[in-house]
Design a protein around this ligand. Structure first.
Ligand code: HEM
Length: 406
């Protein structure tokens, strides 16, 4: 999915009228921006940078294999006494701004009025993926948001902290390079400063692209191979977008569940290797199921050992998590987080329908999962991820049009 930017197939140039329109939007909210000249076109051929196409049927950053670094930026609209119509227009302005920023940043250019456009020159497979809470979607059109985008029910294992809770908008930014990512996050935050407040900025990481073959599962901070049973290729696309566009809450849209799950690394240290393997149902060594010998072997809950006991315990994480039907399949695109002793997983799953897939799986895990002793969900939010767009459109435009707000 990634391409070298040596010869970008598409130069995304904002027309002067579009630029003026955006400038108007911005000044309309009282922002003072110093407009600096566009950076010069890169002089030498960029051989190490890569970019992921921004425009398309779906937004990027969803089906793609995860880049090494991620930031989940949750923001709330500043509504300060605005009526619903004005709030809707503010939301539209935010989405226009985000679209313009995303187009520029992912194609190796700074955002409008960027003070450090040089930092954007090597996009390093940067993706920006935008979603809205159910309530924010309702602001566009009351009938647009399905009930499955209602806030998640509270699960018995949850110890949720408000600071990692639901925000109006989510911007998932991912890149292979943390410096590129830092610049992109800062540029977006600056541009949205007076019309939004930041609810959270959650940072995560996985392996560097150079350290393992593309598309491999990752090692989470427990040392487990994570993602072995994740859907790949067309199965991933079906799990996330369904068989046909009408299946999703909006054509070519999907949903994201973002859970911050603390992991007790010190407690996990006390568990020996057989105990660790038993709690998961797969071996830490290579991710193979205890009922098989290779990672790709199926998890067989009926397989018995020489004592006649199940090889994979009924309490094991994989035994509880495995889908009971096709509609329960999730695409887990998570990232580790670590800040001193504060360690865990930014569990991020994309799925067609949260009610049909994530909720039943999470309910089973809350009820009984051997891993529960060492993991605690402390943040939780759900978003409707907007459909992809073509050049000249802004993210969310199809929803405004469907709601009769073109
Ligand atoms: C910190 C928390 C968690 C850790 C450390 C963790 C770890 C793992 C690992 C190592 C595997 C086995 C390899 C694989 O197939 O990916 C796995 C499987 C899985 N996990 Fe988790 N997980 C966590 C939370 C969750 C949550 C919250 C959900 C969903 C609600 C979930 C759903 C799944 C599913 C669906 C599978 C695949 C089961 C199968 O089909 O075999 N996990 N997890």
């Amino acid at each position: 999915m990634s391409k070298s930017i040596a010869q970008p197939s598409r130069r995304v140039v904002l027309s002067s009228s579009a630029a003026a329109a955006i400038g108007g939007v911005v000044s309309g909210f009282g922002l003072s921006r110093v407009i600096t000249p566009e950076p010069a076109e890169p002089k030498q051929e960029l051989t190490t940078a890569a970019y992921r196409e921004f425009f398309g049927t779906y937004q990027h950053g969803i089906l793609d294999d995860p880049q090494a670094h991620a930031v989940f930026l949750g923001v709330d609209l500043v509504t300060d006494g605005l009526d619903a119509a004005a709030q809707r227009e503010r939301l539209r302005s935010i989405l226009r701004l985000l679209t313009d920023d995303a187009v520029r940043l992912t194609s190796g250019r700074g955002v409008l009025a960027d003070t450090e456009p040089e930092m954007a020159a090597m996009p390093a497979n940067l993706t920006l993926t935008v979603g809205l809470s159910g309530a924010t979607i309702q602001l566009i059109g009351s009938s647009l948001a399905p009930t499955s985008l209602n806030p998640l029910p509270e699960f018995t294992v949850d110890r949720l902290q408000e600071e990692y809770g639901q925000s109006d908008l989510i911007v998932q930014l991912c890149a292979e390079d943390p410096t590129v990512l830092a610049h992109a996050v800062r540029a977006i935050r600056k541009n949205l400063r007076s019309i939004t407040t930041v609810k959270f900025e959650q940072r995560g990481f996985t392996h560097a692209a150079s350290s393992q073959p593309a598309g491999s599962p990752f090692r989470n901070l427990f040392g487990q191979v994570d993602g072995t049973a994740n859907p790949t290729g067309q199965n991933r696309e079906i799990a996330v977008f369904g068989f046909a566009p009408e299946e999703s809450w909006f054509p070519h849209a999907t949903t994201l569940v973002l859970r911050r799950i603390a992991m007790d690394l010190d407690g996990w240290d006390e568990l020996d290797r057989p105990g660790r393997d038993m709690a998961l149902g797969r071996r830490q060594s290579d991710g193979s199921p205890l009922s098989g010998s290779k990672p790709e072997d199926p998890v067989d809950l009926s397989a018995l050992n020489e004592l006649g006991l199940p090889r994979v315990s009924a309490h094991a994480h994989v035994a509880r998590a495995m889908p009971t039907s096709g509609s329960e399949v999730l695409w887990r695109r998570g990232y580790s987080y670590l800040d001193g002793a504060d360690a865990g997983l930014l569990f991020a799953s994309y799925q067609l329908d949260v009610e049909a897939s994530f909720i039943p799986v999470q309910r089973r895990l809350a009820e009984l999962d051997a891993l529960n002793q060492w993991i605690t969900p402390i943040g939780s939010a759900v978003y409707g991820i907007l459909p992809g767009i073509s050049e000249g459109m802004y993210l969310g435009q199809q929803l405004f049009e469907a709601a009769g707000q073109p």
